[in-house]
Design a protein around this ligand. Sequence first.
Ligand code: IPE
Ligand code: IPE
Ligand code: MG
Ligand code: MG
Ligand code: MG
Length: 311
Amino acid sequence: MSSSSETFQTQLSAVAAETEALLVKLLAAPPIEGERARPQRLLDAMRYASLNGGKRFRPFLVVASASLFNVPRERALMAGAALECVHCYSLVHDDLPAMDDDDLRRGQPTAHKKFDEATAILAGDGLLTFAFDILARPETHPDPTVRIELVMALARASGLGGMVGGQMLDLAAEGRFDNGKPQSFDEAGVATLQGMKTGALLRFACDAGAILGQASAAQRKALTQFGSVVGQAFQIADDLLDVESDAATLGKAAGKDADAGKATLVSIYGIAKAKERLRALVTEAETALSSFGASGAVLKEAAHFVADRKS
Ligand code: IPE
Ligand code: IPE
Ligand code: MG
Ligand code: MG
Ligand code: MG
């Protein structure tokens, strides 16, 4: 392992531990101002879905992007925790029987298996809403205009024209609607679908660092470009792992995408060409950071991690 990727791994582990600790604190039992009560079963399910050992790659991207602008770490961790809540909610709903129908997530039973479907749906709803609670707090940034910008960017990344919209296209490709007729996607169509369902949240991660750091328009553009390219790469890697890995390694089911009729680059072009595209995206991601010089090194390592990861 090169020394720079050791730096990346060390930083990823540190952010993961700090994010976990922050989420534990935020999801404590006592209700906070404006809340009546925190129902125990819902809180348990929200904690189960968010404190169960994810890689915390999105919070890492927030912290690493923010550190380019010397943003105080506690602020970046708040924005990262908010984003992780949206991500964990997206996984809970993605795993539901009505969606991908999966039993295993992060090496444990999925939320609807551990609890029940209704509780899992509500836990997802609760995590989504909680994300915006976190972003709206003064601890995230003392300037309310910065907080509003974060709220708007996360809302757009998460919803209709972002992650949720991408999930809709993902299911349309399976032929769930239109009397079972699969909607066909070419390479550009898959890029849009994946850019939405996965890319939008990773793009937001990098944008959040720029927003917190009140970066220039050019710096913000460079970081969002990096984030969206990394996002595309992240889903291609996920699709390759579905084909080439196994549930024990991944902590989630493998080998399901082809049978489900998912629209992926692997399904269009096969493994070799998908890997080629993945490599090209890593290079594109590095290029996007060129204006940051040496300070962009750990983010460049992160782009390599996305392509080389085993889970
Ligand atoms: C899985 O995301 C879902 C996709 C967008 C492909 P991650 O691979 O980041 O999952 P965790 O958070 O580490 O479990
Ligand atoms: C998930 O894509 C994207 C989300 C918005 C959750 P996948 O359905 O491929 O993610 P996994 O493989 O279940 O983690
Ligand atoms: Mg899915
Ligand atoms: Mg899935
Ligand atoms: Mg997958």
